[in-house]
Design a protein around this ligand. Sequence first.
Ligand code: PFF
Length: 454
Amino acid sequence: MSQQEQWRSKIGFILAAAGSAIGLGAIWKFPYVAGTGGGGAFLFIFLAFTLVLGMPLLLGEFMIGRMGQSDPVQTYGKLASKKWNIIGKLGVFTSFVLLSFYSVVGGWIILYIVKTLSGELNGLTQDQYGELFGKIISNPFSVIAAQLVFMLITILVVSQGIQKGIESASKVMMPALVFLFLILVIRSLSLDGAIEGVKFLLVPDFSKLTSESILFALGQAFFTLSLGVSVMLTYASYLPKTQNLPRSAISIIILNIVIALLAGLAIFPGVFSFGIEPDAGPVLIFAVLPAVFEQMPYGMLFFLAFLILFLFAAFTSAFSMIQIIVAAVTKNDPSKRKKSTWVIGILIFIVGVPACLSYGVLANVQFFNKTIFDLMDYAVSNILMPLGALLISIFVSWKISKEDLFNELKQGSNIGYVFFYICYFLLKYIVPIAIIIVFLDAAGLSDWILSFFK
Ligand code: PFF
C-alpha cells in the first residue's frame, strides 16, 4: 500500500488493529500459559502488565506510527536518526519467526475443521479427544499441508492490499466470535464441578508464581497486543490525523481482555470437570473444547462455527505480521507488493516446517530442553517481543519530545494532559524498568545483583 493510501474508515483501522491483537494469543495461548503459570495469579499479573505496560506502549506505537507516516523500519530513522532503524529491523525479524510457527497452529485449526466436517470428532470421550489431537499434529504430511494452506491464504489476501482483504470481513466476524464464546462459557459453567475451574482462573494464589511465570505473563501481555514488533506502528502509519488514538487503544485493550477472559472461562471449567491437568500445554484448547461442545445439542455444528471464527482471528493476526515485513521490504511501494508477499510468505513457510514437525518426527530434536516449536515461541514471546517493547519505550519517550507526542495524541481526540502524562511517565520509567527487572529475574540474576546491596 502506498503512503497516500489510507484506511477506508475509522472503524476499519480499529477492526484491523484489534484483528491483529486478537488471535491465537488470547484464544489458544492464554488459557494454556495461564494453566501452566498458576491460574488466577497469572491472570492478575497479566492484567497488570496489559494495563500498566501494554496500554502506554500501544499508544506509543500508535503515536510514532502516525507521526512518521512511513514503513516500520524507516519510521525510526525519519523521526530520529538512522541507527534507530534497528528497532524496526528487529520487529521485522521477530514477525518473520513468529509467523513461521504461528502458521503451524493456524494449520492445526484447518485440520480440525476438516476433521469436524468429516464427522471424525463426533461422540468421542474426553481422553479420546486428547489422543486424537496428538495423532493429528504428529502426522507430518497433513500438518505441513495445512500450514501451507494457511500461508497461501495469508499470502493471497495480503497481496491484494490491506483494505480489500482485512477491513470488510472483520466487521461481522469479531462480534460473531464474542457471541459464540458467550454461548460456550454458559455451557461450560453448567458442567459438573465448573466452579473449581472458575476459582482456578479468578482466585489468585500468589505462592504459585515463579520468575519464569512472571516472564511468561509479560510475554503474553505483549503477544496478545501485538506489541514490540512495530505492527501497531505500521497500522497507525496508514491513519489520517482525525483518528482518536486513545479511544482506539482503549477499545482494543478492553476487547482483548474480554476475549482472553472468555477463553479462560470457556476452558477451565471443562478442564476441571473432565479432570485434565491445567498445565497440559498447547493441547489444552483442542482437547477440552470439542468435549465441551460435544455435550451440547448441535454441538459439532457450533464447534465448526467456532473453529471458523478462531481461524479467522488467526488470519487477521497473520496478515498483520506479513504486512509489516512486506511494508519494510517494499518500502510501501505498491508495485512490488505482490511479488514480495509471495517470496516472503513462502520463505516463512519453509522456516516453519521444522516447527511444524516438532510434535511428530522431530519431537526428539530439542535445545535447552525445548522442541523447535517451543524454542521459537519462547524466543519470540519471552525475549524478542519484550526486547522490542523495551527499545520502543525508550525510543518514544527519550528520543521524541514530550510536546510532539502530546500534539500527535491530541489530533483527533480531546484527551487531557493528565492522561497523556501518566502514559508518558509509564513509558519513560516504568515500562523499561519493569521489563529489565523481569528479564533479570527470569535469568536468575536478580538475587545475585541484590546480594551486592546486602
Ligand atoms: N496478537 C496476536 C495474537 O494474540 O494472536 C499475535 C501477534 C500478532 C503478535 C502480530 C505480534 C504481532 F506483531
